[in-house]
Design a binder for this molecule. Structure first.
Ligand code: SF4
Length: 182
């Protein structure tokens, strides 16, 4: 589930003082999650930055289609915001998970591994990553994700043709490579 879906589903107003980058909330919640309990969401990428444009995406068509990993925001600023919100929210109740999710594909964030590692240094809270799984074939992505406690990849299609129809992936993504590494 992506950030705006969570906002809508739980009618959540982000903390008044939460950091906005390009008018986007970076850290939100914690929100109740069936799988993860009270989950603090972190969106390390700008709105609708993805390497898929899924037909069912509740955010609409992907407006920033990319398959290139990079730092879309300064990682230190992201980390400061994660730290600040964890401090505020921990005093209000337990956080069961910090979940890197986002309104797009979080593994496109080049500093994801660093952010996971640093977040673990800040607080003894398990880390989850919600990903479309498209970049798991890359060693750097697997290394980043290996630092999380839970990784939740998705796979919507059983053939290359349905993959193209449902997920409408970036042309640089090979279905066989995605499936093999799953
Ligand atoms: S993978 Fe990208 S396009 Fe597909 S549902 Fe998630 S954000 Fe939307």
């Amino acid at each position: 589930m992506h950030t705006s879906e969570i906002w809508n589903k739980f009618n959540i107003t982000p903390p008044d003082n939460s950091l906005e980058m390009n008018n986007m909330k970076i850290v939100y919640g914690p929100v109740p999650s069936r799988r993860l309990g009270r989950s603090l969401g972190v969106s390390p990428i700008p709105f609708k930055t993805c390497n898929y444009s899924c037909v069912y995406c509740q955010l609409g068509r992907t407006t920033h289609m990319t398959n290139q990993r990079k730092d879309f925001f300064p990682p230190e600023e992201l980390l400061n915001e994660i730290k600040r919100v964890i401090e505020v929210e921990s005093s209000r109740g337990e956080i069961d998970f910090v979940t890197f999710v986002g309104e797009g594909e979080p593994t496109l964030c080049k500093s994801l591994g660093w952010l996971i590692r640093k977040t673990k240094e800040i607080a003894d809270i398990p880390i989850a990553v919600d990903t479309n799984g498209s970049l798991l074939y890359r060693e750097d992505v697997r290394n980043d994700l290996s630092q999380a406690d839970v990784v939740m990849p998705s796979l919507d299609a059983g053939t290359a043709e349905t993959f193209r129809k449902i997920n409408r992936p970036h042309r640089g993504i090979d279905f066989e490579a995605v499936v093999e590494v799953m």
